[in-house]
Design a protein around this ligand. Structure first.
Ligand code: MTE
Length: 314
């Protein structure tokens, strides 16, 4: 199967293959060398623009999931509900030009094109655990920008207590939209203090390459201590609001999907346990892994929920 994606503009010699990428990183790691920006893998964007990013931030010591698995086992219901549908059908998504509109409680509404955004904000590689509510997980080397820095640029006013994200919902490019399985457009939201936490990023790349369509091109949210469904893909609008907004999965089934969606092995999904997870790529007979509180990021994020009953605010 040949995937159509927005990596079309990269010539093959510009792409760092996965094996070279691993080898280079292992050697540099063994030598304890910080990687200069100019030596890091680069990826083209539309119009052959390069993505450059600084050395990585590893917050998961486990081996990264392969590029093949990360890009062929997806949830992106705008392209179908089967895990293989996004890779098969998201070639129809056009990501250039792409604008993100900023609205609501901000000094001034604005719009920024994806290319300006990746030029304006420093990019970093972030290796994060990625835990789906369906009790599987991956380890993903994202390339992204700090959501906090982006929010500062948006200049929200004091009334902005929540940030709401909206995905593209274009039936001409997204065949899944014709099905009423979810309420379109897909939306997600965070409390502002969650959004400005240093772990929260807007991802624009994967494995040093531009984000493939099936993973949410050209820009998606990544909040590693929450279940994967908070990671809204293909964002076209961001709104700063005063009251807690509705979110797609909470509207679809409020008993199963709460607003917070923090990874929590002690709070089961009504239909299955969240105590363990299957790591994609581990093989059929591998032991399931124990799910960690806040997906292993408790030391960094637990304070955000001090005094809250996490069984009630799941
Ligand atoms: N964003 C949109 N717009 N539509 C979706 O269906 N699925 C969510 C989330 N973001 C989804 C979405 C779910 S359920 C998960 S688990 C993650 O994307 C999956 O991200 P991945 O395919 O990159 O692993």
């Amino acid at each position: 199967m040949i995937l159509k994606s927005n990596t079309n503009s990269i010539t093959p010699s510009e792409i760092t293959s996965e094996s070279i990428y691993f080898k280079r990183r292992e050697v540099l790691k063994a030598l304890g060398i910080a990687v200069p920006v100019s030596l890091m893998p680069q990826a083209g964007f539309a119009n052959n623009q390069k993505l450059k990013y600084s050395p990585r931030v590893i917050t998961c010591p486990d081996k990264e999931t392969t590029y093949q698995d990360i890009t062929h086992y997806n949830n992106f219901y705008e392209f179908g509900t089967d895990k293989s549908d996004p890779a098969k059908y998201s070639g129809s998504l056009k990501t250039n030009p792409w604008n993100i509109d900023i609205e609501g409680n901000v000094k001034k509404t604005k719009s920024i094109g994806i290319e300006d955004l990746i030029r304006q904000f420093p990019l970093e590689e972030r290796i994060y655990r990625h835990r789906c509510v369906e009790a599987w997980s991956m380890v993903v080397p994202w390339v992204g920008l700090s959501l906090k820095k982006f929010i500062e640029w948006c200049e929200p006013t004091n009334n902005a207590k929540y940030i709401e994200f909206v995905s593209l919902a274009d039936p001409s490019m997204m065949p899944g939209i014709s099905s009423p399985i979810l309420k379109w457009p897909y939306t997600e939201a965070l409390r502002i203090d969650e959004a400005v936490h240093p772990l929260s990023i807007l991802a624009v790349g994967l494995y040093g390459q531009v984000l493939p369509n099936q993973n949410g091109a050209p820009i998606r949210l990544v909040v590693p201590w929450k279940y994967g469904f908070k990671g809204i893909k293909s964002i076209v609008k961001i709104r700063f609001v005063e009251n807690q907004p509705n979110t797609t999965w909470n509207l679809a089934n409020p008993n199963e999907y709460g607003f917070y969606s923090n990874v929590n092995p002690e709070v089961d999904h009504p239909r299955w346990s969240q105590a363990t997870e299957r790591r994609i790529g581990d093989g059929l007979f591998a032991a399931r892994r124990k799910t960690l509180m806040f997906n292993g990021y408790a030391d960094q994020v637990a304070h955000l929920y001090n005094g809250m009953n996490l069984k009630q605010y799941f």
